[in-house]
Design a protein around this ligand. Structure first.
Ligand code: RFL
Ligand code: PHB
Length: 391
């Protein structure tokens, strides 16, 4: 089997890349280790920058997003029991949209299957070969049979635990990493939203975030230990902790309880692998970088990477040379490091690092207090949160 671009991974990065290439007349094959049902149900990101929405829109992949997405023009920072609104749109002219990552994945899968382009689920033992040559290939096992795909280019969109990054030789690959001493316990509950906008809460008991998926499906996160045992978190304990961390000084929290339909623990890490290219292999999305979710940047960065990769591949196939492909890694990394800085800063400002460190608590609250009282401070947060421009 032969194609132009072999894409490994059917997350937002791989699926969007395949679709953007299709629109430009470039063929691809997408190989995914999991089943269709698994990738369509996996609950993850929820917040899309306006630039991400614009790219999906331009690709004809945003019809349902426009019907069902929830547009937000601000967010709340809560500390010392008081909420402070950051008016994102007044400060930047831009908005963000709440729409589940798995909904984006469903929309892109439906589009691809609709025009009959190759998308292989449950591809086992995926491996890449000859990436330093002009004829790289991918092998895998499908229904027990060995398969081989020859291509011009391989896009490694296989997430943090994928196999692509490991093909960059150790003497070339540089890893920058920070692992945080906490994680997030996330739940999805059939309950009215806490507030019509997101609330990021700093509390002495730890961070909490109130977000949403639909008006009646609420997503809530609690800072917890990285090795947290979900067995120790019966529903009543989760609600008790949410009420406490989202409490208001002048009254109880606005948290509404309801049946919890999903629970999970997410580790927190900042990670960048450089360069994002080796020969004919190009990494995109979580395969190359991870951000802690506090800044809501992970999926948005994956979309920006594939946007740049699409432009480079379009020029390559139009006979305009390899300058775009050669500059791909540096172009992505400039944006990635700014998002890393922002995600690390939001994480540091809002989480409890050391329960006994009273000085740190005072400095965190002072920073939040400064930020919310300063137009310049709020604008800095807003500009990064809604997404820096795609250059
Ligand atoms: P994905 O989504 O991990 O997709 C990679 C795909 O590759 C497949 N795969 C393989 N396929 C073939 N062969 C192999 N050997 C393979 N190994 C793996 C996997 O099965 C999978 O289908 O990476 P991608 O496409 O780069 O997308 C990145 C995003 O998923 C991620 O950055 C976000 O979910 C991060 N994130 C958030 N990002 C945002 O932009 N806004 C948010 O609000 C936000 N909130 C979050 C988040 C991530 C979270 N978790 C659970 C990590 C909240 C949470 C809790
Ligand atoms: C989410 O809706 O899941 C979400 C929103 C904002 C974040 C992280 C997660 O910073």
């Amino acid at each position: 089997m032969r194609t132009q671009v072999g894409i490994i991974g059917a997350g937002p990065a791989g699926l969007l890349l395949a679709h953007l290439l299709h629109l430009r007349g470039i063929e691809s094959v997408v190989l995914e280790v999991r089943s269709r049902a698994y990738i369509e149900e996996r609950i993850r990101a929820g917040l899309l920058e306006q630039g991400t929405v614009d790219i999906l829109d331009g690709a004809g992949a945003a019809a349902r997003l426009h019907r069902e997405g929830m547009i937000h023009e601000g967010l709340a920072l809560r500390f010392d029991g008081e909420s402070h609104r950051i008016p994102l749109t007044d400060l930047t002219g831009r908005r963000v949209t709440i729409y589940g990552q798995q909904e984006v994945v469903k929309d892109l899968v439906a589009l691809r299957l609709g025009y009959g382009a190759p998308l292989v689920f449950e591809a086992a033992d995926v491996a890449v070969h000859d990436i330093d040559s002009e004829r790289p290939s991918i092998t895998w096992t499908e229904d027990g049979a060995p398969r081989r795909l020859e291509c011009d280019i391989i896009a490694g969109c296989d997430g943090f635990h994928g196999i692509c990054r490991g093909n960059i030789p150790p003497d070339v690959l540089r890893i920058y990493e920070r692992v945080y001493p906490f994680a997030w316990l996330g739940i999805l509950a059939e309950a009215p939203n806490v507030h019509h906008e997101l609330i990021y809460a700093r509390h002495d008991r730890g961070f909490a975030l109130a977000t949403m998926r639909t008006p009646t499906l609420t997503r809530l996160y609690l800072q917890c230990r990285p090795d947290e045992d979900l067995g120790e978190w019966p529903d009543h304990r989760i609600w008790e902790e949410l009420h406490a961390r989202l409490a208001r000084r002048d009254g109880p929290s606005e948290v509404h309880e309801g049946p919890i339909v999903q629970k999970g623990v997410t580790a927190m890490r900042s990670f960048v692998a450089e360069p994002m290219r080796q020969g004919r292999l190009f990494l995109a999305g979580d395969a190359a970088h991870i951000v802690p979710p506090t800044g809501a940047k992970g999926m948005n960065l994956a979309v920006a990477d594939v946007w740049y990769l699409t432009q480079a591949l379009e020029a390559f196939y139009a006979g305009r040379g390899t300058a775009g492909l050669d500059g791909y890694s540096d172009r992505c990394l400039r944006r990635i490091w700014k998002a890393q800085r922002f995600s690390w800063w939001m994480t540091s400002m809002l989480h409890r690092f050391d329960a006994g460190d009273a000085f740190e608590h005072k400095v965190q609250v002072a920073e939040l207090d400064y930020l919310c009282g300063s137009e310049a401070g709020m604008r800095t947060l807003a500009e990064n949160y809604v997404g820096l421009p795609l250059d």
